[in-house]
Design a protein around this ligand. Sequence first.
Ligand code: SAM
Ligand code: SF4
Length: 323
Amino acid sequence: MKTMKDTLGRNINYLRISVTDRCNLRCMYCMPEEGICKKEHEDILSLEEIYEVVKTCSELGISKVRITGGEPLVRKGLIGLVQDISKLQGINELALTTNGVLLSKYAYELKAAGLDRVNISLDTMNEEKYSYITREGSLNNVMSGIAAAEAAGLQPIKLNTVLIGGFNDDEIESFANLTLDRRIDVRFIELMPIGQAGHWSKKHFISNTEILNRVKGLQPIQSDDPSSPAKYYMLPGAKGKVGLINPISHAFCGSCNRIRLTADGKFKPCLHTETEIDVKEVLRSGASLKEAIKETILQKPEQHNLNCQHNKPIARDMYRIGG
Ligand code: SAM
Ligand code: SF4
């Protein structure tokens, strides 16, 4: 099996693809309230182009793919793309990150198409708070989506919860307790100064160490995946795990194994860098895709500067990169 190493010897085997920058929610820390300017069809990579990128990446050493967005389930033809990627030799893990709103409709089809598992984003289990933070969402849809994903066997299900001081820190215990009876992993993510949250994240930032203070009895466990950004814990007798993802308080750049592809056809070597490699241009001009992939990997920075006092949030919003 081929492997790709960056200049620091990190093994790059994980591609995250944003298949659209559109979304059916408007989460305050991610999307502007007014929504986004619709892109022309030709400004977005076609599904065939995305497939070609994944296929070439798989030939070079990418073995894990995550489909994200915007909201990936609003992209037409997504099931077909999942089906095609899942058949690629060399791709042994195919996952999706979704807000869950449309999952009750698509969970079975996704599973049948070859999707291995889903991460579902959920920041609160309170209906009013949910419609406040997402600006228009209904919690019921996500809850049915989670149940559908469980029933379809898209497991282990991981819930991603962005911790926002003064908004959902009172729900830390309730989220952790979800792991007691269901095979669901709950992962708390530190709010990052990026995009819409660029200028208010500091005010609402809570370090994930707060979870260890609040949830008594969490025991550290060994992660099955050493490159996972999450540090895992379990409550005694629980079925699922509690994960802490700490990009701010404990940056995990040293074990970063990923590159990203945006819906408008740019490779990003790091979530927090302005550096982008124009894959769309490469694809449409017939230039070498393999060279563009290698260039992306060589451009991976040693680490992000989120903790630096003078760090300036990057210009791209999160929904345009794919978290
Ligand atoms: N729409 C899908 C969803 O919400 O799961 C996929 C795209 S969304 C951009 C991916 C993840 O990024 C979500 O879990 C979201 O909570 C997270 N995210 C967005 N902005 C963030 C920020 N400023 N800090 C931390 N996580 C953020
Ligand atoms: Fe949409 Fe996901 Fe961003 Fe929320 S976090 S606005 S669901 S892309």
